[in-house]
Design a binder for this molecule. Sequence first.
Ligand code: HXC
Length: 519
Amino acid sequence: MSSQEKIKQLIDKREESKLGGGIKRIDAQHKRGKYTARERIDMLLDEGSFEEFDMFVSHRCNNFGMEQTKFLGDGVVTGHGTIDGRVVYVFSQDFTVFGGSLSETFANKICKVMDQAMKVGAPIIGINDSGGARIQEGVNSLAGYAEIFQRNIMASGVIPQISAIFGPCAGGAVYSPALTDAVIMSEENSYMFVTGPRVTKSVTGEDITVEQLGGPEVHGKKSGVAHYIARDEEEGIMLIRKFLSYFPQNNLEDPPVYETKDAIDRKEDELNEIIPENPNQAYDIKDIIHLIVDDNEFLEMHRNYAMNIVVGFATFNGVPVGIVANQPNFMAGVLDIDASRKAARFVRLCDCFNIPLVTLVDVPGFLPGSSQEYGGIITHGAKLMFAYGEATVPKVTVTIRKSYGGAHDVMSCKQLRGDINYAWPTAEIAVMGASGAIEVLEGTILRSMDNDEERAAYIAKKEKEYKDKFANPYEAAKFGYIDDVIEPRNTRFRIIRALQTLATKKDTNPPKKHSNIPL
Ligand code: HXC
């Protein structure tokens, strides 16, 4: 073969590999409203930056006549490129080849980019669209999955790992996304479950559809498995890019700092009026977040799951931060099991990637009741406390209104190594709310009263005394638990100053193999 023929052979092989399972299957993919593995990579990465690996790999299986059917690339497209000029590694499962099912060589390709991402210290993004373990390959496929899981585990907290689900993701295949930092599902065509509807029916008798069992609605709202639900694949890809913009390349670096035209001393008079006179009236904490961050831009995570707490990313004077905020607009912002788990994981995500934490507190306490106690609110609440107490990133806390009981301690209080703790004049920091406190303190007297009017008047008098004493930030400030009481309209400036001051903060945890967080 002449060198010209050899070059032609290379070009032909490349073209063959790029077609994956062939034109017919690509058309079928498009008909379903799905992009192909390569189209997704093209949308994700900076134009022209993709460098592909292993496009000539094919499977080694001889079972069930498989040796007759081979596709170059074997069902997954892998390589590296850039997002906003920064290196990322990527793998994108190709449903047109054996339904994107995972073979031994398919797994090897993924492991290769994961290993290199770790060596280089760059994020890894996985796009999932697969029928799971390649059935013809038997245990080799299971072993391949486990190789990937082990790498997910080792990479956790070292490089950002993101999973997009743009098609099926079933059986054990769900565990790789579950081990990563963020799971993004598209509203159309995506689903995730450990056991599908048919097996579910045969084992438990439950009749349930794919969507009801593991569609985006389920994982975005009920289970919390998915952090983002995208309208479509385009939005999902945009979310990956945006999410990464808040992250450093790896745990040894700081997040990038951006130029901003938003003045650091922008005052927001609206904030001085935002808290309703009636302490039991709700307001939207996201209004406060939007007013204080750069350019009103807030990338919320887990938007529809445990909505009583809000978590997400923003920048202050161009510096990325993670924001954790109780949401009075939903269940009065109470902390329950789901909210504790959601926030705890978020705090740890920020801490492992050196992203400072800003916490906005308006929490009436932990949700009482048997369902919460039986569900282990003690353990789950402890997760959030553990996460804050273990975190070494700069931590700035602003108490907006209520901060009661155990929830006060949990929400990044001074003693959990909160670095700078501010409060608004509207803050109420106490062991519990007035009505609960009077029930306890005055219970004996109240039970002895049989005149309802007299009883109500007595309660009102005692509650007023209690509120005058505790429903303010000054009791806590008196002891130095609050560093300063700030005017609400200055909140942006005070947070930015705090973050600037803390930029060189050093804090450590004692040497240990690892902590034993109450999982
Ligand atoms: C081999 C597979 C495959 C698989 C699909 N295909 N899944 N080949 N192994 N797991 C092939 C099909 O034979 C078909 O080939 C092509 O991919 C497209 O599949 P269709 O069924 O035609 O597509 P669709 O109707 O869209 O259905 C998609 C699907 C279905 C819902 C994903 O294919 C399906 O149920 N697949 C099996 C899912 C599954 O049970 N996987 C194992 C899970 S257990 P042709 O040649 O006709 O185009 C698991 C364990 C992992 O994953 C454990 C890790 C710890």
